[in-house]
Design a binder for this molecule. Sequence first.
Ligand SMILES: Nc1ncnc2c1ncn2[C@@H]1O[C@H](COP(=O)(O)OP(=O)(O)O)[C@@H](O)[C@H]1O
Ligand SMILES: [Mg+2]
Length: 598
Amino acid sequence: MRAYADNDYPADHKPDWKVIAGLWPYLTEFRGRVFLALSLLVLAKLATVATPIALKYIVDYLDQNRSADLVLWIPVVLVVAYGSLRFASTLFSELRDAVFARVAERAMRRVSLRVFRHLHQRELAFHLDRKTGGLARDIERGTNGISFLLRFTLFNIVPTLLEILLVAGILLVVFNVTYVLAILVAVVVYVVFSIRVTEWRTRFVREANARDNQSNSRAVDSLLNYETVKYFNNENYEAQLYDRDLEEWEQARLKNRLSLATLNGGQALIIGLALIVIMAMAVREVATGTITLGDFTMINAYLIQLFIPLNALGFVYREIRQALVNVERLFKLLGDRPAIVDKPDAPSLAVAKGEVRFEHVCFGYRADRPILRDVDFSIPAGHTVAVVGASGAGKSTLARLLFRFFDVDSGSIRIDGQDIRDVTQDSLRAAIGVVPQDTVLFNDTLYRNLAYGRPEATEAEVYRAARMAHLEGFIHSLPEGYDTRVGERGLKLSGGEKQRVAIARVILKNPPLLILDEATSSLDSLSERAILGALQEVSRQRTTLVIAHRLSTIRDADSILVMDAGRLVESGHHSDLLALGGHYARLWHQQHQDQAPE
Ligand SMILES: Nc1ncnc2c1ncn2[C@@H]1O[C@H](COP(=O)(O)OP(=O)(O)O)[C@@H](O)[C@H]1O
Ligand SMILES: [Mg+2]
């Protein structure tokens, strides 16, 4: 299956401001730091607002003492104060960021870990459906969004408001209410314009994001299918598909840029007009002598200073909205309840003898396509039951149900009488060892992959397991031995080698129940025979469900179940089933055409 477009970014999705409340716990973790950061913020703003006042006194002093009786040290002191205030405002801002960084980073760490745990908690079906590329980006965007929201609401919106209030207060005291009103009108017009235009262009931004996701998903999926692409010489086809996505992405980005230019241009126009009007007012009053030259300089400094943080308002507003949407998605991802959960107060599975029972199990991955129909059998404790049947008959599905990757639709699965839905998944899975049909390895060394069966195992135990799985010869033939890296998903090993790694892992895990899903299907008959001995040894005394591909490998099983299209059609010993002359006999003869029938 291909991971196609990630179109679930609804263009008209309104951000949910309540998401901010969900961030509160991350702030309260570091009360002291948050308080310190806020104090530094106030100090920085006080310094910022005081700077133009120093400037005013310098200008006024120079203006009024133009003659020879100028005392030079006074303006020098004022200049020093002016410079120091500027420096202090930056210093306090930087300190504030440094103090707060820890809070934001810790929040990102906490959330990333929560998401990671949650994803492991989700059921297999979720992971089979997901689009890894898109999901990874959602997580990245969401965690970045949290950091952004924490930093910007607290350190952009709040301080800007604070500064506007302080400036308005000073202007009211020093000048008169018309200046305050003029500035407020300019700010309001500016803010309303920025928000409106930002809202208008949000859909272009979303569109660009969605296209970004889509082309990324496509690229990741295509590269994951590298070998398949090569088998069919489809490099050009893949490139065309990718380029079509990129073209859409390009278009979306272009609209995004144009709308950004509109926003910035409009903002600059409003600032320019406000400067003209207010400075003209001030010029007139300087001319009439109502205010000093220093006052004039001060008001100019305030205007420019005030619009600097507002300049970023469109960006901040949009980013905050975007961050809200991203964080909401992340929280929603976190809020989704896994389909398979432990019952409240579920006890651990207690394996006494290890009897497994499937009782009238019906199951389908989708409601409209039943896979297992009324499957009923049991594996007596310590016995080995083999399941055979055509590919797609539902054999692996039995294993997935026993491991509780899915829950049965009706009927039940019991281990020593306990319904597996009533016990914890942890204890259930701890009791079952699986050699899966397709083994995927971690992109790590062979040793680590082997030891994964029981990370706390000693080296000697790992070596022993490798020996039992007949891996030693292979490993010794490798120049780097156990330290060989196996490549992404273990692609540098052959199918048979991977299967043997899987067998060694299970040997290390040493569970009371065992599922071997075509555990030797990728081995040639010679290695198969060698390893079967090992597997038989492992499965002795353990309740074992063997899913077999080659019938010769399960001749000695205590009982053989034959599956056809989701039903158990025959069961019994090898010789009984042969004598029956049904499905099993047919399969057997198919596989042994060249050999003389027994
Ligand atoms: N996750 C899934 N979603 C939907 N259908 C599935 C899924 N996994 C397997 N199937 C289908 O269920 C049927 C039985 O699969 P499986 O038990 O793996 O067969 P096998 O007997 O070869 O091991 C197959 O037709 C397969 O297409
Ligand atoms: Mg299978």
